[in-house]
Design a protein around this ligand. Sequence first.
Ligand code: PLP
Length: 295
Amino acid sequence: MAGADLVYLDGEYVAKATATIPLFDHGYLYGDGVFEGVRAYNGRIFRLDPHLDRLFFSARALGFQMNSLTLENVRRAVLELCRRNDHANGYIRITLSRGTGLGLDPAHIEQRPRLVISTQELRLYTTDSYNEGLTMVTCATRVPSPDAIDPRIKGTGKYINNILAKMEANRAGAGEGLMLNQQGHVAEATGDNIFLVKDGRISTPPTSAGCLKGITRQAAMELAEQQLRLSVREENLTLYDVYTADECFLTGTAAEIIPGVMLDQRPIGSGKPGDVTRRLIGAFRALTGESGTPF
Ligand SMILES: Cc1ncc(COP(=O)(O)O)c(C=O)c1O
């Protein structure tokens, strides 16, 4: 990395290698935090404002006392950190915990949200994976019921399930794990949303099925409708739908748009990335290369 390697920690830009947080940070103790993964392309941050909105809605849904921390403060800190780190391309992680103190009762802790922003290079999958597609397995680990934890909250603690599911995928030698909800409907992959293409129609699970309201998901929906002129429906999907789809692709900030070509050792469609998926990947690369908030 050409620039400095700093992180933003509670109002200061400090060296990543030596930055520390208190032992009793509530995010560390109980997973009582919210976060965002964001990407910079060519010196611009892709869809920064929707990420910040989601961060603040997650924090609001969990009842964080934001005190003087505003969305504009976080926005400025993200842009300034990218400038200082000369982080033209790569990943940006924003983590916000409720505060500091032992014991789960927020009334008994210091409710001053701790904000950490870091930058790092990230290449989740190889070029071959984008060209040839990912293999996937259906995981035994289910997503939490939406009436227990609202899937629109991007909360740190919720990710223990995703980690367990990712370990299942790793054990099976698969690129991603597909997670179902309590009803057996398809929810999402461990770190990405899922889309299917069947007879020229695109579908993806609704957030009520237990998936995150992904920002790349939203971008893919817009590109499909506006550029490919294909309709996208949010509907409950089952494994039957995946096994019989013509094409499948996954979307996420880290994975971007990537084809899914096998599930449980069964080819999806031809077992190769399909035409709609390839066109969407091209449209997404053009979009990320030319849009975003400059820093
Ligand atoms: C569980 C899960 N689903 C979906 C996504 C994709 O969301 P986004 O496109 O906003 O990165 C992510 C990544 O943040 C995720 O962790």
